[in-house]
Design a protein around this ligand. Structure first.
Ligand code: RAM
Length: 365
C-alpha cells in the first residue's frame, strides 16, 4: 500500500515537472492555433487588388425602361468586354415610380452580396448617402455617372457627362433662340425633385438667365413629372392651362421633353408653345421636324457608360485610387484626369462632353 502511494506521488511529481518545463498550462496548445488565423486573415488585405482576375460590378441607373440608360449600359458592357473583365457586370435598377427606395435597396443588397463596385446614376439626392457610405466601408468602389450624390458623401468620383454650369448656359441660349428678341414666358418641366443632375442644371440656368441678354425671358414656374411619361404629359398640359401666355417649356429630361412635345402636338398647341431641353434624337425626330421642338441638346450616353466603366475598373483594380490629380486611360475615349468638381461645393469629377445641339438639320443623323 505504502509502495503504491510512493509510486503515485512520484508520478504526480514527474508530470508537474514536465508541465513546468513546457512553461504553459495544458490548455495552451488549444489557444495557439486560434491566434494564427488572425494573422492569416490580415494578409490578403495587404495584397494588391490587381491579383484578381475580374470585378463584379453593378451598373445602377435611376430606373429601368429609359432608352438613354440602356445606351449607357451598352457602353459599360463595351468597356467590360474590351478590358476582358471576367467579373459579372449587372444592370440593375428600380422602377421609376419607386426609384428612391429601389436604388437604396439595390445598393444595400449589392453591398451584402460583396460586389466589387457600384456605378450609380443617383435619383435619391442625399438619401442615398447612408447606403453609399456603408458600401464604401465594406471596401466597395462607389462611383456616380449622369447624376451625382449632391454632398459627394460615399461617392469617390462623379463622371460628369458635360459641365453642369455650361448646361445652364446651353439651355438659356436655346430659350433665347426659340423665343427670339421679344422674349416671353418659359416654364421648366423637370424629372423628380430629388434628381441631383436636373436640380443642378435648373439652378445653373437660373444663374445664366441673370445675364442682361436674357432679360426678356421670364421663368414662371418649375414643375416635376418624375421622369414618368404620363405625369410629365399631364404636367405640361397643366402648365399651359395655368399660364395662358406661356411660350416655351424647357424640359431638362429626355422623358419630360418627349412627353411635353407629345402633349403639345396632341392638343394642337405647337404654334403657341414650343418645347426644348435635353432630348434623345431618336425620340425627338418627329417633334423637331414638325417644328414643335425646334432645338434641343444632349451628349452620348453610350460614351458616358463606357467612360464610367473604365474609371470604376481602374479604381477597383488598384491602378488608381480615385483621388484628385490622377490620370487614367479610357480606351477609345483617351485620357482623363480626376479633378475637383467646380460645380459642387465638394466632390471629385471627370469631365466627358461634348454637348450636341440638335435641330431639323441634324436630328435624323
Ligand atoms: C433623363 C434622365 C437622365 C438625364 C436625361 C437628360 O433621361 O433624367 O438622368 O440625364 O434625362
Amino acid at each position: 500500500m505504502k509502495k503504491n502511494i510512493w509510486q503515485f506521488a512520484t508520478l504526480v511529481m514527474v508530470l508537474s515537472m514536465l508541465l513546468t518545463a513546457c512553461g504553459q498550462p495544458a490548455a495552451a496548445p488549444v489557444e495557439e492555433p486560434a491566434a494564427a488565423p488572425v494573422e492569416e486573415e490580415a494578409a490578403p488585405a495587404e495584397e494588391p487588388a490587381m491579383v484578381k482576375e475580374g470585378y463584379d460590378m453593378v451598373f445602377l441607373p435611376k430606373f429601368m425602361g429609359n432608352m438613354v440608360f440602356d445606351q449607357a449600359f451598352a457602353g459599360a458592357k463595351e468597356a467590360h468586354d474590351e478590358l476582358g473583365d471576367t467579373g459579372k457586370l449587372e444592370f440593375l435598377g428600380p422602377t421609376a415610380d419607386q426609384s428612391v427606395a429601389g436604388q437604396i435597396e439595390i445598393v444595400t443588397s449589392a453591398t451584402s452580396r460583396g460586389v466589387d463596385a457600384i456605378m450609380i446614376s443617383n435619383n435619391a439626392g442625399d438619401q442615398i448617402v447612408p447606403v453609399a457610405v456603408a458600401a464604401r466601408d465594406a471596401g466597395i468602389v462607389v462611383t456616380t455617372w449622369d447624376s451625382p450624390i449632391p454632398s459627394a458623401e460615399g461617392e469617390q468620383v462623379f463622371v460628369a457627362q458635360v459641365d453642369f454650369d455650361e448646361t445652364g448656359v446651353v439651355m438659356a441660349d436655346m430659350a433665347l433662340e426659340i423665343l427670339g428678341e421679344a422674349g416671353g414666358q418659359m416654364a421648366v418641366l423637370s424629372a423628380s425633385p430629388d434628381a441631383a443632375n436636373q436640380n443642378a442644371w435648373i439652378a445653373a440656368m437660373q444663374e445664366a438667365l441673370k445675364d442682361p441678354k436674357y432679360a426678356k425671358i421670364e421663368l414662371v414656374d418649375v414643375v416635376y413629372g418624375n421622369d414618368i411619361s404620363e405625369d410629365s404629359y399631364n404636367q405640361a398640359l397643366a402648365l399651359v392651362a395655368k399660364y395662358p401666355d406661356l411660350g416655351l417649356i424647357m424640359a431638362p429630361t429626355t422623358i419630360g421633353i418627349t412627353s411635353a412635345a407629345k402633349a403639345m402636338t396632341d392638343e394642337g398647341l405647337c404654334d403657341k408653345v414650343k418645347i426644348s431641353g435635353l432630348g434623345l434624337p431618336a425620340e425627338m425626330v418627329e417633334f423637331t421636324l414638325s417644328g414643335c421642338a425646334p432645338k434641343f441638346a444632349l451628349w452620348s450616353f453610350v460614351d458616358l457608360g463606357y467612360l464610367s466603366y473604365y474609371l470604376t475598373y481602374r479604381i477597383a483594380s488598384g491602378e488608381i485610387k480615385g483621388v484628385e490629380g490622377e490620370t487614367f486611360e479610357a480606351g477609345r475615349m483617351g485620357t482623363y484626369t480626376i479633378e475637383k468638381d467646380p460645380t459642387r461645393d465638394v466632390g471629385l469629377r471627370i469631365l466627358m462632353g461634348p454637348f450636341s445641339v440638335y435641330d431639323a438639320t441634324n436630328v435624323e443623323e
